[in-house]
Design a protein around this ligand. Structure first.
Ligand SMILES: *Cc1c(COP(=O)(O)O)cnc(C)c1O
Length: 261
């Protein structure tokens, strides 16, 4: 699994240094133990599915958790972190870089994204998982072009069709192939694959199998779209079995977090 070994010289208590309380060495040890458990869990899921653990990347979802946690994670070998709110993510990333840590971190954006925040996200995101409309794709593409970069993005698939406050974003499955075609043609963007959150009420294995079939259909037209971002703390085994390349795991590593709103 690409959570990976600690970088040379990055381990030990001194890499973060000086922080007390939740930022201190006790927190580092707790995160190290949780990462070990998670690596074992992902390893077991890969063995059961006959998959190479190196092909499954864990994006540690650090939303609501402080920059000190991100610094601990980086020192413990984590290379991918995920955030769900633009302002929080940008401030945290700046704090991490200012502290002299995490230069090699890839910052993923996973949340619902308003078009007026798209330009900001295009400047720093390694991969945007949550493109669910052509207009959002266009806004991200414009931002990426302004930033002089190519931004890889995933089309988010809505697997449960909830509306209003319960909705977690995503395009309806039937609209995904056309949206993927659109994204592939937007200057500044690269269509990298699909993402989904398991439905609340249904069996995640069945939902992820449907997602994998949709991903295969998109890949037939866009062979480079080989990322499948699926699976969270509670359903990562089902996601690995369905072929997920990226797992987004927060609580299983960082512990409980307060509700987002
Ligand atoms: C928060 C979040 C996750 C991680 O969820 P956990 O239950 O903490 O593992 C995954 N994906 C998305 C889109 C999220 O917003």
């Amino acid at each position: 699994m690409s959570v990976g070994p600690p970088a040379p010289g990055a381990g030990g208590r001194d890499a973060v240094g000086g922080h007390e309380g939740s930022g201190g060495p006790g927190r580092r040890a707790d995160l190290a133990a949780a990462l070990d458990d998670l690596r074992r869990r992902v390893g077991g899921a890969c063995s059961a599915a006959g998959r190479d653990p190196a092909a499954v990347r864990v994006v540690v979802t650090t939303k609501t958790f402080p920059a000190t946690d991100v610094l601990h994670l980086a020192a413990l070998g984590v290379r991918d972190v995920g955030e769900a709110r633009e302002q929080e993510a940008r401030a945290k990333r700046e704090e991490v870089l200012a502290a002299g840590g995490g230069e090699e971190l890839r910052w993923h954006f996973l949340g619902r994204l308003q078009r007026n925040k798209a330009g900001a996200v295009s400047a720093w995101a390694h991969l945007v998982h949550s493109v669910d409309s052509a207009r959002l794709a266009d806004a991200l593409g414009r931002g990426a072009e302004r930033a002089g970069r190519e931004l890889p993005v995933l089309v988010q698939v809505d697997l449960d069709g909830e509306e209003g406050d319960a909705a977690r974003g995503g395009a309806p499955a039937g609209a995904v192939p056309a949206l993927a075609d659109h994204v592939a043609g937007v200057p500044g963007l690269r269509l990298a694959g699909l993402m989904a959150v398991a439905p609340r009420e249904a069996d995640p294995a069945a939902a992820f199998a449907a997602l994998a079939a949709l991903a295969a259909r998109v890949r037939a037209d866009h062979p480079g779209a080989d990322v499948l971002s699926a699976g969270m703390s509670e359903d990562l085994e089902e996601a690995v079995a369905a072929g997920a390349t990226h797992l987004r795991v927060g609580r299983a590593i960082l512990g409980g977090r307060p509700p987002l709103r």
